[in-house]
Design a protein around this ligand. Structure first.
Ligand code: PGA
Length: 257
């Protein structure tokens, strides 16, 4: 059975406890959309509060450190995320790569640590506008993924559920611009081929590849019905239950065909 469409909210550095009512509303609405897997990644401070209240949605983190613990002021380990009730972690977001100088090798170490701690991983990739204009978008994304996707001595049985890739063209994040359906289809097709090469057809052929970058209820149906798009990573439009669940509704309708 193919995996359900995966709609993940990335709250970034937004949200105090006042936002818990929004998380509750998302959770209630998700109970009416069981054909879609809905999850949110709030700031660290809200992981446990959301976990305590959520019945349907999964809660996760937006980053983690690759070590289990130690002298790393300000960092949080994958075990700590899991201990707070987190079920997944977003890794390698372009804002982490840009603001914190994260490298592919560091992201890979984080991915392996997160999987080890029992978390699922959403690994982000994407090109800048300059790279796309130079015709190097596909090569750039493949290079990022080859160097940052986790590797295994022995693949876990549920690998296809535990690793998700999110393609987010940097120029589309928070800008209102989205890639064309043709560009998304091309990139997701390339990512699919890479996943099959790395993990085999059984896992790589089934893993979800999310699209991210200015996804909204108005453009969700078109994006989510593109081949090899298994869901969306949503920033701005995930901050209210109304707009976020509008995207989940579109995902459900797309899945039903
Ligand atoms: P956006 O952000 O939906 O606000 O463009 C997406 C993301 O950065 O994950």
């Amino acid at each position: 059975m193919p995996l359900r469409p995966y709609i993940v909210g990335n709250w970034k550095m937004h949200g105090t406890r006042a936002m818990l009512s929004e998380a509750r509303a998302i959770d209630r609405a998700a109970q009416r959309h069981m054909k879609v897997e809905v999850a949110i990644a709030p700031p660290y401070t809200l992981i446990h509060p959301v976990h305590r209240e959520a019945e349907q949605i999964a809660v996760g983190a937006q980053d983690c450190h690759h070590e289990e613990g130690g002298a790393h002021t300000g960092d949080i380990s994958a075990n700590m995320v899991a201990d707070a009730g987190g079920k997944f972690v977003i890794l390698g977001h372009s804002e982490r790569r840009e603001n914190h100088g994260e490298t592919d090798a560091q992201i890979k170490a984080k991915a392996n640590a997160a999987l080890e701690a029992g978390l699922r991983v959403i690994l982000c990739c994407g090109e800048s506008e300059k790279t796309r204009d130079a015709g190097r978008a596909v090569a750039h994304v493949k290079k990022q993924l080859n160097a940052s996707l986790p590797t295994f001595d022995e693949q876990p049985e549920d690998l296809r559920e535990r690793v998700t890739v999110a393609y987010e063209p940097i120029w589309a994040i928070g800008t209102g611009k989205t890639a064309t359906v043709d560009d998304i289809a091309e990139m997701h097709g390339e990512i699919r081929a890479l996943l099959i090469k790395l993990y085999g057809e059984e896992h790589g052929g089934e893993m979800r590849i999310l699209y991210g970058g200015s996804v909204k209820p108005e453009n969700a149906s078109e994006i989510l019905s593109t081949p090899d798009v298994g869901g969306a990573l949503v920033g701005g439009a995930s901050l209210t239950a109304d707009s976020f669940m509008g995207i989940a509704l579109a995902a459900g309708e797309t899945a039903e065909g």
